[in-house]
Ligand binder design. Structure first.
Ligand SMILES: [Zn+2]
Length: 252
């Protein structure tokens, strides 16, 4: 399953997972590789996947599978685990001089300790005032409010087109989903979408607004989502597939 499918689909609810994950360290060529071991009520066999948002490899096993069998499966795939850990996307922390796209346009983070104010844009730079240790939080808060400023009229315009009320729009630090639509008609979106090109946000908004009518991913849902989307859905879909993992690394 691709990352974008996983982010759109209903992820396994936390209640279906046993509370604590176990951190395994598996020996490989003189190294100890970390693997997070979880059990899941719906899993039928042991499986491995990469969780790029949390930069880890996860081993999932059915509730009743013996630990030794599950761990043995991971050990049999140790070469794959080593390769995937090596190729995790680079972290992109919020620090002075780092690059940060804003609606897909490259910007540079500039720490301005001497300046008054908070965060402001200026010729390709995102300036952040205040003390260095507050920079990540200040920037993150600003990106969240920029996201809210962009997404709110977009949601309202699409919801008006299908005559559905939107109860609430939340901007979250979504690491398992880009967006969601609650049964109560509340929509939520990851603040990270403010980093993506505008057509990607448009596409995600079309998707979640279409869920106000169809709470599934059936053909009628997709037809409505397509009609609410400003352009062909294939373009932003492909963009997310190629860049979604990178988006998850910003501010990490
Ligand atoms: Zn959906």
């Amino acid at each position: 399953m691709s990352l974008s499918d996983r982010l759109f689909g209903a992820p396994p609810s936390l209640s279906q997972m046993l509370p604590e994950a176990e951190q395994l360290l598996l020996a490989h060529e003189g190294d100890l590789l970390p693997v997070t071991f979880v059990r899941h009520a719906r899993s039928r066999r042991a499986s491995l996947r990469v969780d790029p948002a949390r930069r880890r490899v996860v081993l999932t096993a059915p509730l009743r599978m013996s630990r030794a069998i599950a761990v043995g499966f991971a050990e049999s795939q140790i070469g794959w685990i080593a390769t995937r850990l090596q190729h995790l996307p680079a972290r992109r922390p919020f620090v002075d001089g780092a690059d940060l796209p804003l609606q897909g346009i490259p910007h540079r983070i500039r720490h301005r300790p001497e300046a008054r104010g908070t965060v402001w844009l200026e010729e390709g730079a995102i300036n952040v005032a205040g003390r260095a240790e507050h920079l990540p939080r200040r920037l993150r808060d600003w990106l969240g409010s920029e996201m809210r400023r962009q997404v709110t009229p977009l949601v309202q315009e699409k919801a008006n087109r299908i005559d559905r009320p939107v109860k609430r729009i939340a901007v979250r630090d979504g690491r398992s989903r880009w967006g969601s639509c609650g049964r109560d008609g509340g929509l939520s979106f990851s603040w990270r979408l403010i980093l993506a090109p505008p057509e990607v946000l448009d596409y995600l908004v079309a998707h979640e607004v279409a869920h106000l009518v169809h709470m599934n991913h059936g053909p009628r849902f997709w037809a409505l989502a397509e009609s609410l989307c400003a352009g062909p859905m294939a373009v932003p879909h492909a963009w997310l597939k190629a860049n979604g993992e990178t988006l998850l690394q910003y501010g990490a």
